[in-house]
Design a binder for this molecule. Structure first.
Ligand code: OXD
Ligand code: MN
Length: 600
């Protein structure tokens, strides 16, 4: 296959000259092509087919021990100035970075096939969708892109002769000498040669050296968040790290809700939640990314630009996420999970003991009694088609998107932050998003246990420009429509603990009780009390799940004044990073909060 699109053809020629692959394959998105990628990987011995009876059409990949997760310290926003990238991004001068990377790319695909993947983020042909072309030398990437995005010939047709696309270049960074093969090992480059680079002014992505997840499947974090956040800023919409869910009450009334939580705070679980409140229903639109634009009626509409789930496997069980478990029974890719003797999957927190000896994610025998390390890598993943989720909403691919009534922010906050709290207005809601984050519970990075790692809007690793300007962009959305058409904003916290460390809230399906209150705030049915920090439910507005006492409920739904005074200090420190890019509206919100707390 080829294309009449000159710019695309020219780019492919340029990359071919630089990377010198043995062959070029234009991806058509067919099942035969997917099967061929899996066959190549199995032959290469870094993928194992799973038990056809138990898990038809499934395969497990074992990556290299140095290539198991997104590498944030090797991820760059190479804007023209450091100021444009802002204090939360790694910045390198784009010319310097290109020079370094061109040297790495030179001949990097020798001995390999170069795949050209035309893909659409969002339903093909939808006005909201964006087209990307990923060039990669990894069959693993091709197979995963088939599930996570819409790949194929149809995308090239839509692109036509001169349509716009985001060029996404990827190489595992492991050229092969004449006659050499990967020797059964997942190919990648050493850590100090890995680069996940974004050139926001050119809307271009260059990734080198990693074959894993968000480093390599460039439609997801790189295009749909980092580059899309820049496009959204320029075009007046929002590209967000948010799940999208559909909530239906017993009378059949529907509300759509988006929610931003930092990575590994249960977005996938909430997106597929099975409510414990009788008569209520949750259906899924997306579990990780939302693109939101104003519709003609002045409301904010969201689409899920992805076509699959790339979920963290450990901890996923019938109890924590029955619908995710049902989504991965077939046609799924697993990465770094453990395998049972009969070639089925297992991981820590899957909800049952291993049924005997296992092969762990590094390929070694593993027995529970003698194990010193986990059998599955803690960041082991499943890649599953969204269409296989039993509660996928029928309208999940509607090109118009779904109208959003409420936006939730959250994080893991064992103390201070209540179970749920509604913002006073849009700007106060933006304030809430800007201070979101999780408390450090185990020594991680260079942060002290007990301090809060701020992750504004859960976008810390994903915002493609200065975070202060991003806050400004959010504030500016208010002016684009009537106040009553904007979604209501809430802050939720499922992770409160007592001083002795006991969870106060059971979470999972019981979170539906909070969703019900949010829903009824949107319809005007639920009562709230005004407090210095926002609108909160009265103590009996949310039914108590089993095991939660009235005392517990009171602890989760009252304002901890001392805790909030400490919080103010920590927010001031956080805001200090953004210098004069911090919108004055947020400083005013902070001052107003302080004043309300002092008066209380
Ligand atoms: C993800 C992440 O993989 O947020 O979705 O890290
Ligand atoms: Mn994510």
């Amino acid at each position: 296959m080829s294309t009449k699109h000159q710019k695309l053809q020219q780019w492919v020629n340029e990359i071919t000259d630089m990377c010198q692959p043995d062959a070029i394959h234009w991806c058509d998105g067919t099942q035969a092509e997917y099967d061929e990628m899996i066959r190549i990987s199995i032959n290469g011995k870094y993928a194992t087919p799973l038990n056809e009876q138990k898990r038809p059409g499934c395969v497990n990949f074992n990556s290299d021990v140095t290539d198991v997760a997104r590498v944030e310290n090797r991820t760059y926003i190479a804007a023209k100035t450091k100021d444009a990238a802002g204090p939360t991004n790694n910045w390198i001068d784009p010319d310097e970075l290109k020079k370094t990377m061109k040297n790495l790319y030179k001949g990097c695909m020798k001995g390999r096939t170069m795949y050209v993947i035309p893909f659409s983020m969002g339903p093909i042909g939808s006005k909201i969708a964006k087209i990307g072309i990923e060039i990669t030398d990894s069959p693993y990437v091709v197979a995963n892109m088939h599930i996570m995005t819409r790949v194929g010939t149809k995308v090239l047709e839509i692109l036509g002769d001169d349509g716009e696309f985001v060029p996404c270049l990827h190489s595992v960074g492991k050229p092969l000498a004449e006659g050499e093969n990967d020797g059964g090992k997942w190919p990648c480059a050493p850590l100090d040669k890995k680069y996940i680079s974004h050139f926001p002014e050119e809307r271009t992505i260059w990734s080198y050296g990693s074959g894993y997840g968000g480093n390599a499947l460039l439609g997801k974090k790189c295009l749909a968040l980092r580059i899309a956040s820049v496009i959204a800023r320029d075009e007046g919409w929002l590209a967000e790290h948010m799940l999208i869910l559909k909530l239906t009450n017993p009378q059949g009334v529907v509300k759509y809700i988006t929610a931003a939580f930092p990575s590994a705070c249960g977005k996938t679980n909430l997106a597929m939640l099975v409510p414990t409140v009788p008569g209520w229903k949750v259906e899924t639109i997306g579990d990780d990314i939302a693109w939101m634009k104003f519709g003609e009626d002045g409301r904010l509409y969201a689409i899920n630009p992805e076509a699959g789930f790339f979920g963290v496997a450990p901890g996923t069980s019938d109890e924590s996420n029955k619908m995710a478990m049902a989504s991965i029974t077939k046609n799924s890719i697993f990465t770094n999970v453990a395998l049972t003797e009969d070639k089925d999957i297992w991981w820590e927190g899957i909800g049952y003991e291993p049924p005997g000896k296992l092969i762990d994610w590094t390929g070694n025998e593993w027995e529970m009694e003698t194990a010193t390390k986990p059998a599955a890598h803690p960041n082991a993943r499943f890649t599953a088609p969204a269409s296989q989720c039993p509660v996928i909403a029928p309208e999940w691919e509607d090109p118009k998107g779904v109208p959003i009534s409420a936006i939730l922010f959250g994080g893991r906050r064992p103390s201070t932050i209540p179970l749920v709290n509604q913002s006073r207005n849009w700007i106060h809601g933006v304030f809430m998003g800007s201070v979101a984050g999780s408390e450090i519970t185990a020594a991680a990075l260079d942060l002290k246990v007990g301090t809060v790692r701020r992750d504004p809007f859960a976008m810390l690793p994903f915002c493609g420009y200065h975070m202060g300007d991003y806050f400004k962009h959010w504030i500016g959305m208010e002016k684009k429509t009537d106040t009553d058409k904007l979604p209501k904003i809430f802050f939720v916290n499922w992770f409160r603990k007592t001083e002795s460390g006991k969870w106060l809230w059971p979470g999972y399906g019981e979170n539906s009780r909070v969703l019900k209150w949010v829903f009824e705030r949107c319809t005007g049915e639920a009562e709230a009390v005004e407090t210095p920090i926002g609108f909160m439910p009265t103590v009996d507005a949310i039914d108590r799940p089993e095991g939660v006492t009235a005392e517990d409920m009171k602890a989760m739904l009252s304002v901890d004044k001392d805790g909030w005074i400490k919080e103010l200090h920590s927010i001031k420190e956080h805001y200090g990073k953004f210098g004069d890019h911090l919108p004055k509206e947020l400083l005013e919100e902070l001052a107003a909060l302080e004043e309300r707390l002092n008066k209380a």
